[in-house]
Design a binder for this molecule. Sequence first.
Ligand code: NDP
Length: 274
Amino acid sequence: MTQMLPLNDGRSIPQLGFGLWQVPAASTAETTATALRLGYRLVDGAAAYGNDAGQGEGIRASGLPRDDIFVTTKIWNSDQGFDKTLRAAEASLKRLALDHVDLLLIHWPCPGKDLYLDTWRALIRLREEGRARSIGVSNFQEPQLTRIIGETGVTPALNQVEINPRLQQPVLRAFHAKRGIVTQSWTPLGQGHSFDAEPIRAAARRTGRSPAQVILRWHIQIGAAVIPRSTREAGLRENLGLFDFTLTEAEMATIAALDEGQRCGPDPTRFEMD
Ligand code: NDP
């Protein structure tokens, strides 16, 4: 149903998953179990989403073996620092009711706090202790990546960053490729802002797919992992249909031309919210 991408630590990650940001806590278990039953194998959560108990509950309710599911969570900004991160990770695992996650990320670098290096050292410890099978970051820019790699010798397996047709981040993606870091796209559908763009509509017409499927397929073909969110079963199902059609090189080029460098989310060089 989905392809796997190799990680630089010898493990691999499903290229397609689903995200839990803004999924209400009360329905997260049901959404998670439904998505897993439909065929998703990666669940992207975070302490900050306030729904990780439901994330864990949905994983158990799916009836799938734990090892078949790739579980991601993230350390929130106010938990940065070595000891706080160790405690926050334990608290996340307790809420999830799991003994390990597959991927633990630093949610935002918060360069003003200057704690991301200590936080990274805690993630390395958590990986050694088996509490996280793989470790990575989110919203990191090249200087922060270079610093944590240089100081610890450990390269993040993945950087989860905003990518959609209007914000394509080609320079950061090239850096990731050079360092063996998987790019994972958040807000991949860009709040629907490109659904009506002519290159998307034209590719949708030719392939008989929806604009959302065309955009998600574009992520797959640029080599990124992708984690769309839908709280509708029909949306979850639609977003799984990415591996039985291909965009042409010409279509990929017209979509590349939609890049305006414009974000939907916060600017990671300034975002420090606790
Ligand atoms: P998405 O780009 O996934 O878009 C979600 C929106 O698109 C929802 O309103 C959804 O509505 C709609 N949608 C989904 N599928 C379709 C479809 N097939 N056709 C039409 N509309 C559709 O946005 P998110 O911002 O949620 O990003 C995805 C995930 O990325 C998050 O859930 C989270 O896990 C992660 N993330 C990480 C961040 C970070 O800092 N690391 C920041 C932001 C997000 P409906 O539910 O009605 O289908």
